[in-house]
Design a protein around this ligand. Structure first.
Ligand SMILES: N[C@@H](CCC(=O)N[C@@H](CS)C(=O)NCC(=O)O)C(=O)O
Length: 321
């Protein structure tokens, strides 16, 4: 894996030497928004999404693309699961330019780009540029920008719940979504231990919350849930072993397990989960963590078992009724 420096690809692992062994995630470089009347206006067929099926951040965007009925309006290209010395690559040349590597789309947009080359990427075919490569923003764009194109007005970020959603997102992002990476990429024992303990403290907190609420922000499924889901579904098969997040498994948390099953069983969601890509990517790509590239066998809990979440009355529902 590597990064672009002044438009040149340089093969280098994350630098943890200047941060005392801690992994610090770089901010995404492209942050434009799609909205009616703006430079990037919603339109069917104009935008294209580049994803990895292994990546939890990209996975969120695939989920929202499905839930918002965007499949026939926004095309998708999937990268090869192994991220090696050229970073993300395409198994077949990608459809718009025939590029082999993800970094070529970054330098197509900005020839002197400096930064990491990450997925997801939301591409504008009209202006031939990256619109946005921050998943937290892409899912909000998908939530509402194309409603007039699709007629789908389902709202996973309702204004009445936004404060609650953002409050939950903050801890879920820092300690869980990014927390597994902070534990897994740490190169000092104390840094790893702190990240791992914060991660499990946050999972304990969510476990309690999900005993009181059907979903994270209350009785409605929101973006906060899909943001957590993509980490939970990778947890037992990958993060528990590969990233040493092994104080407990999701399978050991009754509420989290039922919740994970419910979200997995949501119409169309299982089709967005590719365990083969997930396991291949992590175990094979991170050679500093797993130099022999042995892919662990465990698949995590059976997600097809009935979730039973609908059998319970939650405190938030009692308050609402
Ligand atoms: N802030 C970004 C992070 C995306 C990200 O880090 N994606 C990983 C894959 S899981 C990646 O592409 N990493 C390549 C790298 O860091 O060089 C987002 O949420 O969209």
């Amino acid at each position: 894996m590597g990064r672009l420096i002044d438009g040149q690809w340089v093969d280098q692992w994350y630098d943890t030497s200047s941060t005392g062994g801690a992994f610090k995630r770089e901010d995404a470089g492209f942050r434009d928004w799609i909205e009616p009347g703006a430079r990037f206006a919603p339109a069917s067929g104009r935008y294209h999404l580049y994803v990895s099926l292994a990546c939890p951040w990209a996975h969120r965007t695939l989920i929202m693309r499905h839930l918002k009925g965007l499949e026939s309006h926004i095309g998708v290209t999937v990268v090869h699961p192994h991220m090696l010395d050229q970073g993300w690559q395409f198994a077949e040349p990608e459809p718009l330019y025939g590029y082999r590597c993800m970094h070529q789309l970054y330098t197509h947009t900005r020839p002197d780009y400096t930064g990491r080359v990450t997925v997801p990427v939301l591409w504008d075919r009209q202006e031939e540029t990256i619109v946005n490569n921050e998943s937290a923003e892409i899912i909000r764009i998908f939530n509402s920008a194309f409603d007039d194109v699709t007629g789908n007005r389902d709202d996973y970020y309702p204004s009445a719940l936004q404060n609650e959603i953002e409050w939950i997102n903050e801890r879920v992002y820092s300690d869980i979504n990014n927390g597994v990476y902070k534990a897994g990429f740490a190169t000092e024992q104390d840094v790893y231990e702190q990240a791992c303990r914060e991660l499990f403290a946050a999972l304990d907190w969510v476990e309690v919350l999900l005993g009181e609420r059907r979903y994270l922000a209350g009785s409605e499924l929101t973006l906060a849930d899909w943001r957590l889901f993509t980490t939970l579904v990778r947890f037992d098969p990958v993060y528990h072993g590969h990233f040493k997040c092994n104080l407990q498994r999701i399978e050991d948390y009754p509420n989290l397990l039922g919740y994970l099953r419910e979200l997995y069983q949501w119409p169309g969601i299982a089709d967005t989960v590719d365990f083969e890509h997930i396991k291949q990517h992590y175990y094979y790509s991170h050679s500093s963590i797993n130099p022999n590239r042995i892919v662990a066998l465990g698949m995590g809990p059976d997600l097809h078992v009935p979730h039973q979440r609908d059998r319970k009355v939650y405190a938030t529902e009692q308050q609402e009724s």
